[in-house]
Ligand binder design. Structure first.
Ligand code: UDP
Length: 520
């Protein structure tokens, strides 16, 4: 780096959802790791979120990366939230989630006054803060959008907006094709979010998010070009977005400590987790996790447990927060083990066949262990890209958000997954129910993990192909972030573009330093 040239000041403003917050922290760390190019990354967030992610940031600082936090207060009290409740991971009910969402809207004024006093070259903010586009434009700062998803789901949304194929079918279960996309993709109306089928408050909010995106300078995407080439091109060419594919950002977690202490404290220690995995044959374990939000109901948990037990394959099952009906939440103290079939957990423990993690799992550590050979997930984008990076074929089980779109990506575009057969989009606060029965769980697990379907041996060439393709994508993912790889080159191009913008605009270099942990 030219020692005279001031550092490029990139500010990151993450959202309050785990699936947005976690990759944006990694994103900031990725940019800061390009320190030889003169980059300084500042994460603007609320005090509790800064505390949550202090350890990885501290380790990066010790490596000499210029990265730190600036905090703005979160109006928890004003919205009746407990002190320290500053992200979705710390909510315990749908009502708290609504209040958290409202409180996050109130960050607008504190953010603007903070940015007015600060010099920066660009603001990377979450898509779900549409108002950051207005603030950035008022202050003459280029805003870059990030939302933790790939391009694919945005292309699906665009096709739905442009051609409205879902309005041309007569029933929710009729299949329709999405026009204009690089691949043949089909959906059913039952798989679409309610805010797409009928206009509601969220539709209006997401329209604002889209307007905010259109007013922004560009977008950074946690994906790599080789993974979704056709959609990256579509996003640029057809939708006119300036984008940089810079992922997988989770690859900035290079060693075990980074994979273990990625932010949220895990419910199992490194030794217990790794020694259990070390005792298993290569590629024999199925990892099951449905992301950071509560998605599984007690009744569905029972079906999964019976299905796993019948399938006879080793597994790690992460049971996070449970989705309960109001009647069930009156018994919220009921222990999770009481919700599982009687004796299930003891049988799994004694036979060492299943490891159940209640709470938060060190996902990257598990996915990248050689004993893991398959991944059942809810098709959150981070889960998909982390599974791709680990070279794992998947069982797809979407529930909400854009997960049904992502499922199509796994099944039809990169072709590394088998669907569990979930076809109905469920709002987060929907009444608990069972959508997949135990026999289906057993059959799909048997098929992906080998050993036939329902105990009958089958020679499944498709699964063999999936495993091969998954490994090839993993190699491409790792190559993308290495020097000269597509994502690393895109980051270099981003830095170069913003440096030259600054020179041409004759902007003053930033004067403040991001606070080190403990400065606030
Ligand atoms: N995650 C984790 N441990 C858990 C559950 C989730 O580390 O026990 C992480 C996972 O690695 C991913 C994120 O949480 O980075 C979940 O994001 P995703 O987009 O897959 O799903 P969301 O929770 O947003 O639906």
């Amino acid at each position: 780096m030219d020692s005279e040239s001031p550092k490029l000041q990139i500010f990151f403003f993450p959202y309050i959802l785990g699936g947005h917050l976690i990759p944006m922290i990694d994103l900031a760390r990725v940019f800061a790791s390009h320190h030889s190019h003169g980059v300084k990354a500042t994460i603007v967030t609320t005090p509790q979120n800064a505390l949550l992610f202090r350890k990885p940031i501290l380790r990066d600082q010790q490596l000499g990366h210029d990265i730190g936090f600036q905090t703005i207060d979160f109006p928890a009290e004003e919205f009746g939230l407990p002190d320290g409740c500053e992200n979705e991971l710390s909510t315990t009910s749908g009502d708290m989630f609504d209040r958290l969402f409202m409180a996050a809207m109130k960050l607008q004024d504190p953010l603007e006054s903070f940015l007015r006093k600060t010099r920066l070259d660009c603001l990377v903010s979450d898509r779900l803060y549409p108002w950051t586009a207005g603030i950035a434009n008022r202050l003459g700062i280029p805003r870059i959008v990030f939302d933790g998803t790939g391009c694919f789901s945005h292309c699906i949304e665009e096709s739905l907006r442009r051609y409205k194929p879902h309005e041309k079918v007569v029933s929710d279960t009729e299949t329709f094709a999405l026009p204009g996309l690089p691949d043949e993709i089909e959906l059913k109306r039952s798989m679409l979010p309610d805010y797409v089928k009928n206009e509601n408050g969220l539709t209006l909010f997401l329209n604002e998010a889209l307007e905010g995106e259109l007013k922004s300078y560009g977008a950074v995407v946690n994906s790599f070009y080789e993974l979704e080439q056709g959609y990256a091109d579509y996003f640029k060419r057809e939708m006119g977005r300036k984008t940089w594919h810079i992922g997988p950002v989770s690859l900035c977690n290079r060693n075990n400590i980074d994979k273990l202490e990625r932010g949220i404290e895990t419910s199992i220690d490194e030794h217990s987790c790794l020694s259990w995995l070390d005792s298993k044959e290569p590629s024999s374990v199925l990892y099951i996790s449905f992301g950071s939000m509560p998605r599984i109901t007690p009744a569905q948990m029972v079906e999964i447990a019976y299905g796993l037990e019948a399938s006879d394959h080793p597994f790690i099952w992460v049971i996070g927060r449970i989705l309960r009906s109001s009647r069930e939440s009156k018994q919220a103290d009921q222990r999770v083990e009481d919700l599982l079939p009687k004796g299930f957990e003891e049988r799994m423990r004694e036979s060492k066949r299943g490891l159940i993690i209640r709470g938060w799992a060190p996902q990257l550590l598990i996915l990248e262990h050689q004993a893991v050979g398959g991944y059942m997930n809810h098709c959150g984008w981070n889960s998909i890209i982390e599974g791709v990076t680990a070279g794992l074929p998947m069982i797809t089980w979407p529930f909400a958000s854009e997960q049904f779109y992502n499922e199509k990506f796994v099944i039809n575009v990169i072709k590394i997954g088998i669907s569990i057969g979930s076809e109905e989009w469920v709002p987060l606060k929907a009444q608990p129910r069972v959508t997949v029965k135990r026999d289906k769980v057993r059959d799909v697990v048997d098929r992906l993990m080998g050993g036939g379907v329902g105990g009958e041996e089958v020679d499944d060439d498709l699964v063999v192909e999936m495993r091969k393709r998954a490994k090839e994508f993993a190699a491409k993912a790792k190559k993308a972030v290495e020097k000269g790889g597509s994502s690393a080159t895109n980051i270099d191009a981003f830095i170069k573009e913003f440096k030259s913008r600054r020179e041409n605009n004759c902007l003053q270099p930033a004067s403040g330093r991001a606070s080190k942990i403990g400065d606030y």
